[in-house]
Design a protein around this ligand. Structure first.
Ligand SMILES: Cc1cc2nc3c(=O)[nH]c(=O)nc-3n(C[C@H](O)[C@H](O)[C@H](O)COP(=O)(O)OP(=O)(O)OC[C@H]3O[C@@H](n4cnc5c(N)ncnc54)[C@H](O)[C@@H]3O)c2cc1C
Length: 355
């Protein structure tokens, strides 16, 4: 990093989006400062740890594979099950985030942990380290600070619509290679999941805050049901949770400030999957920052067009599906398998509707 806290690029947030942005920009020769408010990158893990197969090269490179997934079993309200091909990987998410950060560091990015973003006037960012306030001048800034992005707030953007989640890690009693999805009005605006991770499983529920604020009751019920079936143990080894943005993409580019990953709303509004989009958008923004600093004024806007082309239709379909379902939750309609098929990505009915 250049002296006097002046950098080409300041990246806020060292999740998959921020670390990927910092790495690609540093590889392209920019001076990069990557900060995170956490003391230990990737900790605590707030994730069910599934990534789709196209992420395999990142998983292999980081050495974070735990097990493979072959199928998805979707459980409908009547108890009917549908099995679909759903190849993917379960990763050690904490190790994955730390490996991506280490790659950014190896490429030349400076990393500050325990460092919080407070504000940005387009030229100078205000950061907080302990009791100290630290000004950092930057030519451009990437906000990769997750669903409740402070960078987006500093830009004057509204908070994103959120699905709230709660997850237990529990012992897994037998080998399992499916991601299990529970579709029910017990999880309005969301779903329940069991993602196997070798000898344990991430068992969680997500629901729309406005529709079902108590997540503990349905999660405990799901846990009891699956323990009674013999699939999981009764112990709770770890508890986590967190927010998932479900409003779809919001503007990524704001002059010399760019949002990526969850901060940009690139997370799938139905499945909540966002690791892949975080890595892809982070890498793209890092490349664009290098081009922009090299005097290509359209670099960020072109990057946003590419991301819109890549993620726009999928996100749009998800947002429209959510708004169609909004008035149905807590009505008898969501106890109907046929209705629920329209709301989940494993079923052709989901894709049959106009986006
Ligand atoms: C319970 C749960 C389960 C999930 N399961 C999956 C899954 O199985 N597969 C999947 O693909 N996706 C999953 N997701 C979504 C996925 O975790 C996110 O999409 C992904 O983490 C987005 O990466 P990101 O880098 O954009 O943001 P994050 O990973 O959220 O990283 C943001 C970083 O910014 C830091 N930060 C925030 N504010 C500040 C600040 N003011 N100053 C400094 N640093 C700051 C945070 O500490 C954090 O490290 C899940 C989410 C939850 C909540």
């Amino acid at each position: 990093m250049a002296t006097g806290h002046q950098v080409d690029l300041l990246v806020i947030g060292c999740g998959p989006a921020g670390a990927s942005a910092a790495r690609t920009a540093a590889e392209a020769g920019l001076s990069v400062l990557l900060i995170d408010r956490r003391s230990k990158i990737g900790d605590p893990v707030q994730c069910a740890e599934f990534v789709p197969l196209p992420m395999a090269r990142h998983v292999k490179r980081t050495g974070t594979l735990v097990q493979t997934i072959a199928t998805m079993t979707s459980f409908l309200p009547s108890g009917a099950q549908d099995i679909s091909d759903f190849p993917g990987l379960i990763i050690d998410r904490g190790a994955f985030d730390r490996a991506l950060a280490a790659e950014a560091g190896a490429a030349g990015a400076t990393i500050w942990t325990d460092c919080r973003f407070l504000g940005w006037n387009g030229k100078v960012a205000t950061l907080q380290q302990g009791e100290r306030t630290v000004p950092v001048s930057a030519r451009c800034l990437i906000g990769a600070d997750g669903p409740h992005s402070s960078v987006a707030a500093a830009l004057g953007l509204k908070p994103q619509p959120i699905v709230q989640t709660r997850q237990y890690t529990v012992p897994l009693r037998r080998p399992h290679t499916a991601t299990d999805i529970y579709l029910s009005d017990r999880f309005p605006g969301g779903y329940g999941w069991l993602f196997p991770k070798a000898t344990v499983a991430n068992l969680g529920v997500g629901a729309d805050r406005g529709l079902g604020p108590d997540l503990k009751t349905p999660l405990d019920q799901l846990h009891r049901d699956l323990a009674a079936s013999g699939l999981v143990g009764t112990d709770i080894l770890h508890r986590t949770g967190g927010a998932i943005p479900v409003g779809g993409a919001r503007g990524m580019v704001h002059g010399n400030t760019v949002l990526v990953g969850d901060a940009a709303g690139l997370t799938h509004p139905i499945t909540g999957a966002g690791i892949s989009a975080a890595v892809i958008s982070g890498e793209a923004a890092g490349h664009a920052a290098a081009r922009w600093c090299a005097g290509e004024p359209k670099a960020f806007v072109e990057m946003e067009d590419d991301m819109q082309e890549l993620f726009g239709p999928t996100l749009q379909r998800g947002v429209q599906c959510r708004s169609r379902f909004q008035p149905l939750w807590h009505s008898t309609a969501t106890q109907d398998d046929t209705v629920m098929r329209h709301g989940w990505i494993a079923f052709e009915q989901y894709f049959a509707q106009a986006a």
